[in-house]
Design a protein. Structure first.
Length: 202
Protein backbone atom coordinates (compact mmCIF):
# COMPACT_ATOMS: atom_id res chain seq x y z
CA UNK A 1 0.00 0.00 0.00
CA UNK A 2 1.07 3.58 -0.59
CA UNK A 3 1.74 5.86 2.38
CA UNK A 4 -0.82 8.57 3.10
CA UNK A 5 0.77 11.71 1.69
CA UNK A 6 -2.27 13.92 1.96
CA UNK A 7 -0.88 15.47 5.16
CA UNK A 8 2.52 17.03 4.48
CA UNK A 9 3.06 18.47 7.96
CA UNK A 10 5.50 15.75 9.06
CA UNK A 11 7.57 16.09 5.92
CA UNK A 12 7.63 19.88 6.08
CA UNK A 13 8.81 19.76 9.69
CA UNK A 14 11.68 17.52 8.66
CA UNK A 15 12.60 19.82 5.79
CA UNK A 16 13.42 22.62 8.22
CA UNK A 17 16.33 20.58 9.57
CA UNK A 18 17.52 18.66 6.50
CA UNK A 19 18.35 19.50 2.91
CA UNK A 20 16.18 18.55 -0.07
CA UNK A 21 17.47 15.03 -0.67
CA UNK A 22 17.79 14.11 2.97
CA UNK A 23 14.21 15.15 3.75
CA UNK A 24 12.86 13.25 0.74
CA UNK A 25 14.80 10.06 1.47
CA UNK A 26 13.84 10.21 5.14
CA UNK A 27 10.17 10.56 4.26
CA UNK A 28 10.28 7.69 1.79
CA UNK A 29 12.20 5.38 4.12
CA UNK A 30 9.86 5.99 7.04
CA UNK A 31 6.78 5.25 4.95
CA UNK A 32 8.01 2.25 3.02
CA UNK A 33 6.57 -1.25 3.51
CA UNK A 34 7.06 -4.64 1.90
CA UNK A 35 3.70 -4.36 0.16
CA UNK A 36 4.36 -0.89 -1.23
CA UNK A 37 5.19 -0.83 -4.95
CA UNK A 38 4.77 2.92 -5.53
CA UNK A 39 5.67 6.05 -3.59
CA UNK A 40 5.04 9.24 -5.53
CA UNK A 41 3.53 9.94 -8.91
CA UNK A 42 4.95 12.76 -11.00
CA UNK A 43 2.44 15.35 -9.78
CA UNK A 44 3.16 14.58 -6.13
CA UNK A 45 6.88 14.82 -6.78
CA UNK A 46 6.35 18.17 -8.46
CA UNK A 47 4.42 19.39 -5.41
CA UNK A 48 7.31 18.35 -3.17
CA UNK A 49 9.79 20.22 -5.36
CA UNK A 50 7.67 23.38 -5.41
CA UNK A 51 7.67 23.45 -1.62
CA UNK A 52 11.44 23.20 -1.67
CA UNK A 53 11.79 26.00 -4.21
CA UNK A 54 9.93 28.38 -1.89
CA UNK A 55 12.75 27.98 0.62
CA UNK A 56 15.71 27.99 -1.73
CA UNK A 57 16.53 29.00 -5.31
CA UNK A 58 15.44 26.20 -7.64
CA UNK A 59 18.65 26.37 -9.67
CA UNK A 60 20.64 25.33 -6.61
CA UNK A 61 18.82 21.98 -6.72
CA UNK A 62 19.53 21.59 -10.43
CA UNK A 63 23.22 22.15 -9.75
CA UNK A 64 23.14 19.64 -6.92
CA UNK A 65 21.36 17.02 -9.04
CA UNK A 66 23.78 17.50 -11.94
CA UNK A 67 26.76 17.28 -9.64
CA UNK A 68 25.52 13.99 -8.18
CA UNK A 69 25.15 12.51 -11.66
CA UNK A 70 28.66 13.68 -12.50
CA UNK A 71 30.06 12.04 -9.37
CA UNK A 72 28.36 8.78 -10.32
CA UNK A 73 29.89 8.90 -13.79
CA UNK A 74 33.31 9.90 -12.50
CA UNK A 75 33.26 6.97 -10.08
CA UNK A 76 31.90 4.29 -12.40
CA UNK A 77 33.07 5.28 -15.89
CA UNK A 78 36.56 6.68 -15.46
CA UNK A 79 37.86 4.63 -18.38
CA UNK A 80 35.43 6.18 -20.88
CA UNK A 81 37.37 8.30 -23.36
CA UNK A 82 34.28 9.97 -24.80
CA UNK A 83 30.88 10.88 -23.42
CA UNK A 84 27.77 11.99 -25.30
CA UNK A 85 25.28 14.15 -23.39
CA UNK A 86 21.75 14.45 -24.78
CA UNK A 87 19.89 17.50 -23.42
CA UNK A 88 16.16 18.07 -23.78
CA UNK A 89 14.42 21.46 -23.71
CA UNK A 90 13.28 21.35 -20.07
CA UNK A 91 14.80 21.00 -16.62
CA UNK A 92 16.03 17.49 -17.35
CA UNK A 93 18.11 19.04 -20.11
CA UNK A 94 19.29 21.64 -17.61
CA UNK A 95 20.57 18.83 -15.40
CA UNK A 96 22.39 17.54 -18.47
CA UNK A 97 24.15 20.86 -19.04
CA UNK A 98 25.33 20.84 -15.42
CA UNK A 99 26.66 17.29 -15.86
CA UNK A 100 28.38 18.30 -19.11
CA UNK A 101 30.03 21.30 -17.47
CA UNK A 102 31.50 19.17 -14.69
CA UNK A 103 32.68 16.54 -17.18
CA UNK A 104 34.33 19.16 -19.36
CA UNK A 105 35.99 20.85 -16.38
CA UNK A 106 37.42 17.49 -15.31
CA UNK A 107 39.00 16.74 -18.67
CA UNK A 108 36.44 14.40 -20.22
CA UNK A 109 35.94 14.48 -23.98
CA UNK A 110 32.27 15.30 -24.46
CA UNK A 111 29.74 16.00 -27.17
CA UNK A 112 26.51 17.74 -26.22
CA UNK A 113 23.42 17.37 -28.38
CA UNK A 114 20.35 19.57 -27.90
CA UNK A 115 16.83 18.79 -29.01
CA UNK A 116 15.67 22.41 -29.19
CA UNK A 117 17.54 25.49 -30.42
CA UNK A 118 19.57 27.26 -27.74
CA UNK A 119 17.22 30.26 -27.95
CA UNK A 120 14.28 28.04 -26.93
CA UNK A 121 15.62 27.32 -23.45
CA UNK A 122 14.31 29.27 -20.49
CA UNK A 123 14.47 29.43 -16.72
CA UNK A 124 16.94 27.20 -14.90
CA UNK A 125 17.68 25.19 -18.04
CA UNK A 126 18.78 28.39 -19.80
CA UNK A 127 20.97 29.34 -16.84
CA UNK A 128 22.62 25.91 -16.94
CA UNK A 129 23.15 26.18 -20.70
CA UNK A 130 24.85 29.58 -20.33
CA UNK A 131 27.11 28.30 -17.56
CA UNK A 132 28.12 25.28 -19.66
CA UNK A 133 29.81 27.46 -22.33
CA UNK A 134 30.71 24.49 -24.49
CA UNK A 135 29.87 23.49 -28.04
CA UNK A 136 26.33 22.38 -28.85
CA UNK A 137 25.08 20.25 -31.75
CA UNK A 138 21.50 19.80 -32.90
CA UNK A 139 20.27 16.27 -32.27
CA UNK A 140 19.30 15.76 -35.92
CA UNK A 141 23.08 15.58 -36.53
CA UNK A 142 23.51 12.86 -33.90
CA UNK A 143 26.39 10.45 -34.46
CA UNK A 144 26.88 7.47 -32.20
CA UNK A 145 30.49 6.84 -31.22
CA UNK A 146 31.40 3.27 -30.49
CA UNK A 147 31.76 2.58 -26.76
CA UNK A 148 30.94 6.17 -25.78
CA UNK A 149 28.92 6.66 -22.61
CA UNK A 150 25.49 8.15 -23.30
CA UNK A 151 24.07 10.57 -20.73
CA UNK A 152 20.33 10.72 -21.32
CA UNK A 153 18.94 14.06 -20.09
CA UNK A 154 16.23 14.47 -22.71
CA UNK A 155 12.95 14.06 -20.85
CA UNK A 156 12.21 13.62 -17.17
CA UNK A 157 9.15 12.79 -15.12
CA UNK A 158 6.93 15.31 -16.94
CA UNK A 159 6.80 13.49 -20.28
CA UNK A 160 3.20 12.93 -21.41
CA UNK A 161 3.26 12.62 -25.20
CA UNK A 162 4.69 9.92 -27.42
CA UNK A 163 8.26 10.05 -28.66
CA UNK A 164 8.47 10.13 -32.46
CA UNK A 165 10.43 11.59 -35.36
CA UNK A 166 14.15 12.24 -34.95
CA UNK A 167 14.16 11.24 -31.27
CA UNK A 168 12.69 7.86 -32.12
CA UNK A 169 15.49 7.31 -34.65
CA UNK A 170 18.14 8.37 -32.12
CA UNK A 171 16.67 6.04 -29.48
CA UNK A 172 16.71 3.16 -31.96
CA UNK A 173 20.40 3.72 -32.70
CA UNK A 174 21.26 3.78 -29.01
CA UNK A 175 19.14 0.73 -28.17
CA UNK A 176 20.69 -1.31 -30.97
CA UNK A 177 24.20 -0.45 -29.79
CA UNK A 178 26.17 -1.76 -26.84
CA UNK A 179 26.89 1.72 -25.52
CA UNK A 180 26.28 2.17 -21.79
CA UNK A 181 23.61 4.72 -20.82
CA UNK A 182 23.11 6.82 -17.71
CA UNK A 183 19.63 8.38 -17.63
CA UNK A 184 18.93 11.42 -15.45
CA UNK A 185 15.80 10.85 -13.32
CA UNK A 186 14.24 8.25 -15.65
CA UNK A 187 14.99 6.78 -19.11
CA UNK A 188 13.59 9.13 -21.74
CA UNK A 189 10.36 7.87 -23.27
CA UNK A 190 9.17 6.02 -20.15
CA UNK A 191 6.05 7.30 -18.38
CA UNK A 192 7.01 8.03 -14.78
CA UNK A 193 3.52 7.18 -13.50
CA UNK A 194 2.90 3.87 -15.27
CA UNK A 195 6.28 2.64 -16.57
CA UNK A 196 4.81 2.37 -20.04
CA UNK A 197 6.86 3.27 -23.12
CA UNK A 198 5.48 6.38 -24.80
CA UNK A 199 6.12 5.57 -28.44
CA UNK A 200 9.84 4.93 -28.04
CA UNK A 201 12.27 4.90 -25.12
CA UNK A 202 15.93 4.53 -24.26
Amino acid sequence: MRPDIGDWSELLAAEREMDYFESLYSFLYKNQSKEMSEIFNSEEMRRFEQRQFIKKNSYSYMKKAGNQVFKFIDTNFKNKKSIIVLCGPGNNGGDGFVVARHLMNHGYSIEVYIFAGANNYKGDALTALKEFRGELTKINLFKLQKNALIVDALSGIGLKRNIKGILSKVFRKINQSKNPVVSVDIPSGVCSNTGKILGSAI
